[in-house]
Design a protein around this ligand. Structure first.
Ligand SMILES: Cc1cc2nc3c(=O)[nH]c(=O)nc-3n(C[C@H](O)[C@H](O)[C@H](O)COP(=O)(O)OP(=O)(O)OC[C@H]3O[C@@H](n4cnc5c(N)ncnc54)[C@H](O)[C@@H]3O)c2cc1C
Length: 405
């Protein structure tokens, strides 16, 4: 292969991890190519929750105002309706920073924003409808990727940010630990009238757990089911499905008829896993490709972005100077594992203790800890901190090449 310092960093996947890594490496003056297999970012049933940790990073990049100029809703506190009673769990107004709230922004708006911000740097290229199908293995390291159209692209470094079914991590034979998730999710839409405030809410009642994400004129709804139970739910018929959803969430009943048939209900299989090693010489995995998260807490996008920031902090200066990234690659996993392990442990505990008991119980009661949060509202700062800012929070330290020029 030719002089590899002239080849770009090739990032596989234009999700939150890949686009943020693309923005930061290009900002550091590193030739960066992001490959996304779809023609656009407009896929549904993706996370919408841009947490304070991510908003603070955009503030550090001087992009917060521009990001918040895109269509979004603000959520300053999150709660749940348990057994028909409303509880407040996390109050983000206690958090430091200029954005103490969750910005509810459809993921395609968010990714388009990051792509626009990255395109300002001449070293950034985004190729849509470019699917990576394999890796080019050299004698000592991975030297590039093969695309579905037969092209072979050389890379100084391949970053696998291709999500939880990552083909690149499989091609690199990185060892995966499956932690198991006892739930799956059925997703569907129910129309609603627009309201001044965002009505995103979680409901636990009558043996059901349902989340309704307010997207203006419709709710994007998630019904949590036992893993593997989708066929059983379908066999009971669409009418029964509509009844089971509307009973615990009466506000959905007026328009529940919009779910006409099973074509309107999508199954998302939930995974919880993590790689035991995130790199090989010439390749690094980040985001869901390194650790698939449960939808619980809506933290997946935000953790994926933190990985991208950590990767750029550790690698960008070396890459911009034409150096060898390989000796540094192990440091990204070392840096990020505390956050991944802790959040996955909390998600597993919620799968087992909160969701499991909600789905076994017709008349659920709020656990003692949630009762305590009502009695002493200031304690709502703690879950807000964990959810909103997370653990081992990253800050942008990678260079901005345009400032040097
Ligand atoms: C049902 C569900 C609901 C969720 N809700 C939330 C939420 O509300 N908030 C939240 O923060 N997180 C949520 N998550 C998790 C969140 O979606 C992920 O954690 C996050 O998107 C991970 O980002 P990523 O960039 O690592 O991967 P992804 O978002 O999966 O992006 C990977 C990208 O790679 C592309 N790609 C894949 N293979 C190839 C290839 N071979 N070549 C080129 N491109 C490829 C894909 O098209 C995709 O665009 C949810 C997850 C699920 C399953």
């Amino acid at each position: 292969m030719s002089d590899r310092t002239r080849s770009p960093v090739v990032i596989i996947g234009g999700g939150p991890a890949g686009m943020m890594a693309g923005l930061l490496f290009a900002r550091a003056g590193v030739q960066t190519l992001v490959l996304e297999k779809h023609a656009d970012f407009l896929r549904d049933f993706r996370g919408d929750t841009v947490h304070p940790s991510t908003l603070n990073l955009f503030d550090e990049l001087g992009l917060l105002e521009a990001l918040l100029a895109r269509e979004h809703d603000k959520i300053s506190a999150v709660g749940a309706v348990i057994g028909g009673r409303e509880y407040r769990i996390a109050d983000f107004s206690y958090l430091p920073g200029r954005a103490p709230f969750i910005a509810m922004m459809p993921q395609w708006h968010f990714l388009n924003f990051v792509a626009d911000a990255a395109r300002r740097f001449p070293s950034f290229t985004l190729r849509m409808e470019a699917e990576a199908v394999g890796l080019i293995e050299g004698t000592k390291r991975i030297e590039g990727v093969r695309l579905a159209n037969g092209e072979a692209l050389e890379a100084r470094l391949v970053i696998a940010a291709d999500g939880r079914s990552s083909r690149m991590r499989a091609a690199a034979a990185l060892p995966l630990q499956d932690l198991g998730a006892p739930i799956d999710v059925l997703w569907f839409r129910v129309p609603k009238a627009r309201t001044a405030d965002n009505r995103t809410q979680g409901y636990i009642n009558r043996g059901e757990m349902i989340v309704t994400i307010d997207r203006g004129d419709y709710f994007q709804c998630a019904r949590v089911i036992e893993k593997g139970a989708a066929d059983r739910v379908r066999a009971a018929g669409i009418e029964r499905f509509r009844d089971d959803v509307a009973a615990p969430v009466p506000s959905l009943s007026a328009n529940i008829g919009a779910i006409a048939d099973w074509g309107d209900v999508k199954l998302l299989t939930v995974s919880l896993d993590r790689l035991l090693r995130w790199h090989r010489p010439g390749l690094l995995a980040i985001g869901d490709a390194a650790h698939a998260m449960s939808p619980v807490g809506g933290v997946g996008i935000n953790l994926a972005i933190q990985d991208a920031v950590a990767a750029a902090n550790i690698l960008a200066t070396e890459l911009a100077a034409g150096g060898d990234p390989d000796p540094l690659l192990h440091r990204i996993r070392t840096r990020r594992m505390l956050a991944v392990r802790t959040i996955q442990a909390v998600q597993r505990a919620i799968h087992r203790n909160v969701i499991g008991s909600a789905m076994r119980n017709d008349k659920p009661r709020a656990p003692a800890v949630i009762q305590l949060l009502q009695a002493i509202p200031a304690l709502q700062a703690l879950p807000a901190w964990l959810l909103g800012l997370g653990i081992q929070r990253e800050h942008v330290h990678s260079p901005d090449a345009s400032r040097r020029a």
